[in-house]
Every structure is written in C-alpha cells, then in structure tokens.
Design a protein around this ligand. Sequence first.
Ligand code: GDP
Ligand code: MN
Length: 396
Amino acid sequence: MNLHEYQGKEMLSSFGVRIQRGIVAQNAQEAVAAAKKLTEDTGTGWHVIKAQVHAGGRGKGGGVKIAKSLEEVERIAGEIIGMDLVTPQTSAEGKRVHQVLVAEDVYYPGDNEPEEYYMSVLLNRATGRNMIMYSTEGGMDIETVAEETPHLIFTEEIDPSVGMMPFQARRIAFNLGLSGAAFKEMTKFATALYTAYDKSDASLFEINPVLKTSDDKIMAVDAKVTMDENALYRHKDYVALRDLREENPIEVEAQEAGLNYVDLDGNVGCMVNGAGLAMATMDLIKQAGGEPANFLDVGGTADAARVEMAFELILRDPNVKAILINIFGGIVRCDRVAQGVIDAYKNMGNIDVPIIVRLQGTNADIAKELIDNSGLAVMSATEFQEAADKVHEVLS
Ligand code: GDP
Ligand code: MN
C-alpha cells in the first residue's frame, strides 16, 4: 500500500523526523487558507504547491510549483487540482490530481547554498537485513545516479534485531560530506528515519530530496512510503490512509471479491488457481507467442460465481483477444469448475473471444466431456502444451 507524500511526511514527523511542513488542500480556497496558516506558523513567505498523486517525477511534469503570493497560491492550486498529471512514472494519460500539498518554501537563501541528498530505507532480501541507501546526488532519479555514477551511492546495512548503531549514523553524515551542526542533524535524521521505517512496518521509505537548508537544518522535502500490507493488521489506524482513487479500479474490485488480480499489458487473459500455476501459465502464454493481459489467481474455490466474476473482470480489458483457463482440480472438482465456466459463459452471453480451458485433476475427464458437449465456443485441452498450441492457433 502506497501513501501520499503528505501522509508519509505526517508519519515521519510523528517519529521525530524533521519535515518540510505543509497542509493538504482539496481546492484553491483551502489552499489559500493553508498558505495563510503556514505563514503564521512558520513565517514562510513563499509556498510550494505539490500535486498529491501516487507517482514520482511530479516536478518534471509540472506538478510542483512555487507560489510567491496568495494570488499565485490560488491560481496554481486551481490549475494543478483537476489536471491529469503526466510524469515519467505515469501512463501517457497521466494521473488525475484530487488534492495538493501546500508547503513552506525551504530553499530560502542564507549563509550556505541549500543542498539535496537522497536517502531510502528498505529490506535487502539477499542478506535479510534492512538497508539505508543514500547519496550526495539528491533531487534526481536515483536510477540515473546508479547507472552513471554508482560510486556516489552508499549503503549501510542494519541488523534488524540490533537496530541502527550510533556509529552507522555518523558514517552516513560523514560520507555525505557534512560537518558541524549539519553533521549532528543528519545523524538524528537518519536514526529517526530508520525508527519510522522499523516501527511502522514499512517496506520502503524513500526521501528524495533530503534537504540541507541554507541554515544547516536537515529535513525531508519529499516522501515516498510503501506500507507492508501483510503487517496492516498491527496498524489498524493506517488502513484509513489508503486512497482507492490512486489504485487500478479493476484490481480494487477483484480484491473485494477475494480474487488475486494484477493488471498487465498483454492480449491473453488468464484465469488460474494457485499463484505458482498462474506464473507458469503466464510463461506458457509467452511461449505461445502471446502476452498475458493479467495475473489472476481465483484461489481454492473456483465455483460458478467466482468464475463469472473473474470472466467479467478479464473482459473489461479491451486488449484481451483470448482467455486461457488453467485450473488444477485438487480440492475443487474439475467437473464443478467446468460447469461454472459453462454457466458463467451462458449467463454473460456477450463473450466474443475464444476460450481455452485446461482442467486437470479430480474428474478431469468428466469436465472435458462437459466442455466439449456444451455447444459453446470453448476449447478444451488436457496437456499444458496442448493449451499453448491452442492459444497460438487462436492468436494467429
Ligand atoms: P517529485 O518531483 O515528485 O520527486 O517531487 P519533489 O517533492 O521531490 O519535488 C520536486 C522538486 O521541487 C524538488 O527536487 C525541489 O527541487 C523542488 N522543491 C520542493 N520543495 C521546494 C521548496 O520549498 N522550494 C523550492 N524552491 N523548490 C522546492
Ligand atoms: Mn522527489
């Protein structure tokens, strides 16, 4: 589950991480009120208006703008809210902006130039430890830094049972070239950031940029936070942070129906029981010259209602040219699945793409007979390769 920048920053702040302060606004009037309040609280003259969508690279897409007066706050907020923001991380249609974060300007002039760093905390699956990744090259794509100047990316591995040690925080500040007050601030920042990641059961906290202000304060200007959904039961209050408007509507609906569905770009819809078999089926489709349109695990109970729901979700994707159903009947009997497929097909009445069904396991022979005698445009297959050949046939 991803969070908005403003939610991530609030979470960081609650763990003692210094942040660029801001107030979220749903419309231009609220943005003006937010700007006034921020000026009262922080003394800021200028404000930054930041689109709140689940995508990075907003600055490049025109979703982050400076406002130098309340009139500009009103105008810019009005322009950004309601726009379809296109960034390097969105599709070509972009993402609709429903709200903006009005934030204090923290790039004010002073004794030193403001400087931007990069810092993230995530799990290193290879070592089973947490990892702080950081770089002097903040504010830009970390992928580009990794490609062009990998020696400017540092990592600090943290044993989760011990936590971050003070010497590690000092090493981070040192590697970032800091001294004096900024050095101390950075050790506090990194330590609190790690605590936030650890205590909230996040799978990612990415702060890009971390800013050193002209008066040597260290703060989070941006926040990309991903929560581990498997740990949400321990954080009931985080559930409300989910913004369904940011998620794929078909995936949300599938989730509500208890189906495990991931939308993909291909042309062959698949309906499978079991995640492993689903992965193998996607490979099979590729081998047959197609591309999977989705990952769909219908789970153990592939009854008519679920099959119909799955059909309906798959068919909402206009790119689907064929559907491959690959079900292993272990607990669920194949003949019941076959009957479910036939019933769903008849009920829906508008299916105009070829369907290939491979049923294996308990009562597979009865299932094949049911399909073959149904009089519907459904092809049955028993072997894996046979299913692949039929997919190939209907695509060519
Ligand atoms: P992203 O483009 O989606 O990663 O959004 P960010 O929150 O990282 O903001 C993009 C850029 O806006 C930052 O890299 C900064 O250069 C700029 N920015 C953010 N806050 C301020 C601010 O308070 N003042 C100024 N002048 N620029 C800011
Ligand atoms: Mn950023």
